[in-house]
Design a protein around this ligand. Sequence first.
Ligand SMILES: *[C@@H]1O[C@H](CO)[C@@H](O)[C@H](O)[C@H]1NC(C)=O
Length: 263
Amino acid sequence: MKICFAVLLILAVLAIVESRWRRHRRHHHSKHHHSKHGSSKQVSTGSQGGNHDMNNWDFFMLVQQWPLSSCEKENVTHEHTCVIPKYVDGWTLHGLWPSTNVEKNYPTECTNEKFDPEEVRDLKPRMLKYWPNMFVDSDKNHFWAHEYEKHGTCAESVPGFKTEHEFFNSALNLRDEHDIGNILASQEITPRDQPYEGSDLNDALNKELGKTGCVQCQKIKDIGYVISAAVVCLSKSKEVIDCPYCEHKCLDEDKVYYQPIRG
Ligand SMILES: *[C@@H]1O[C@H](CO)[C@@H](O)[C@H](O)[C@H]1NC(C)=O
């Protein structure tokens, strides 16, 4: 009886030590892989809980950013020195992210493939204009490598996204098809110096999509709320669907700046 008890006690202690060790490792792991690309914090700060399964997701988030706001934010927080390239004059891609219906629970790094710039050589002019890394203090390829390795590898289970080249090509095509600048302009929302009502922005996107999209706002010191990004949710067959959630959603009652990029 006594021996039995002692064995149980040892097992219990081992179980506790083991689970602590695991937690510790997981914490390290997610910290290590946490994006250095500051603006991805806008939407992707969740801890991923170790999902690396390319079959375990529900829809794509097509995330575009308004370069001015993203850049201003980085400059103000001093996370990065951010410069909008001369040839960028519209909405740019942040990424195309396999996502689940549960917020912050999305797969990452589903294969060990590394970004190879040679594979997307022919796409480079489009990538520079529509998917630029604006951080002058990080490697030119860093943003693409991060987006592909973290998110792109998880899209490989879907036709049209099976290789690095397919992933970038499809993402660029989807951006063209759902260009947020065009979508807002169709509802007479164009960059200007006076702020918009948050509701104008939300309504414009939803009306044009015919589905619920997601307009994201950030508060920037000395400016106020700015439109920072917008998400279009797409099924695996690339049809627009209602977004199941919206992080950093612009509130209808907020005054929101959508300011022109001055070259
Ligand atoms: C950010 O700061 C850099 C360096 O001071 C500057 O060149 C750039 O124009 C700033 N970008 C924005 C969008 O304010």
